[in-house]
Design a protein around this ligand. Structure first.
Ligand code: PLP
Length: 292
């Protein structure tokens, strides 16, 4: 008996999850395993995260939340974008999902037509391509080796774009290479994209605060304001606050795109766990986690 449709059958389960589960099993059998699969920070979340979650539970009123995410947390996220990236977003330009992964899911679900192409510079995070395929898109992997610092250049981008290109997937700092795009590198991509009005950009900035060297992080949104109406900045607290298990990510982008992501969320998971959102919103002292 075959249960899966062709889209489900065309992808594999997340390899990093599979490796992590195998490592967990071996560890439970007493083996000494160094697990390099999932991007799990090696520190604990700030103590007030747990305190805020407990306070929210004890206060009661944990009900369905807004599909866009709770307003207090969206305010904290708007403050974060202002403080860390110098970007101004209104609350209806921000959405909260069950991790950055779900934001990506919603974005491709909402926008891809069958056969639309998504340019993915490689090496890349293992899940991008399969999430694209699952939504009927075609991942177009472009090789970005050591000679370009594992980053896509204007030249590579120009050659990869076709009339079917819908998204360019950027990830800085990169999983797995740690590569960070400079302002000049983003500017050169901006020049190519200026002539490609159909192409949207996802900038996955989830590793913003996990920097391996001296190079500073800069947001694609900060460097390329001319592309604001075509850019979805994806981020989350999994890595910055070691809150991987709490499952909260967020994104900022054009109002109409965010509204569409909210619509996807309203028909799938309804909203993000209210306790998890409260944990990110603040401590008992009402200090927003994202504004530490
Ligand atoms: C590059 C990248 N983007 C997104 C995610 C997903 O993060 P989240 O836990 O917010 O779903 C990961 C997780 O490892 C990642 O490595």
């Amino acid at each position: 008996m075959t249960y899966e449709n062709h889209r489900a059958a065309s992808i594999k389960a997340s390899p990093s999850m599979a490796i992590a589960m195998a490592a967990k099993k071996l560890r439970s059998e007493g083996r000494d395993i160094v697990d390099l699969s999932l991007g799990e920070p090696d520190f604990e979340p700030p103590a007030h995260v747990g305190e805020a979650a407990c306070a929210a539970v004890h206060a009661g009123g944990i009900r369905y939340g807004a599909s866009a995410g709770n307003e207090t947390l969206r305010k904290a996220i708007a403050e974060k974008f202002k403080r860390d990236n110098g970007l101004d977003f209104t609350l209806d330009e921000i959405t909260i999902g069950n991790g950055a992964k779900q934001i990506l899911f919603d974005a491709f679900l909402a926008t891809l037509e069958a056969g639309d192409e998504v340019i993915i510079p490689t090496p890349c995070w293992v899940s991008y391509g399969d999430i694209v395929s699952l939504h009927g898109g075609t991942p177009v992997y472009v090789d970005c080796g050591p000679e370009t610092g594992f980053k896509i250049t204007a030249d590579i981008l120009e050659k990869a774009i076709t009339p079917r290109t819908r998204w360019l997937m950027l990830n800085s700092p990169s999983n797995p290479t740690g590569a960070i795009y400079s302002e000049a590198e983003y500017k050169s991509l901006e020049r190519v994209l200026a002539g490609q009005p159909r192409v949207l950009v996802i900038s996955d900035e989830i590793y913003e605060h996990i920097l391996l060297g001296a190079q500073p992080f800069v947001s694609f949104g900060t460097v390329c304001p001319s592309l604001r109406d075509r850019t979805l900045i994806v981020n989350g607290v999994s890595k910055a606050y070691a809150m991987t298990g709490w499952r909260v990510g967020y994104a900022a982008g054009p109002k109409a795109l965010i509204a569409s992501l909210n619509k996807m969320q309203s028909q799938s998971v309804t909203s993000v766990c209210s306790v998890a959102q409260a944990a990110r919103t603040g401590s008992a002292h009402r200090r927003p986690v994202l504004c530490d």
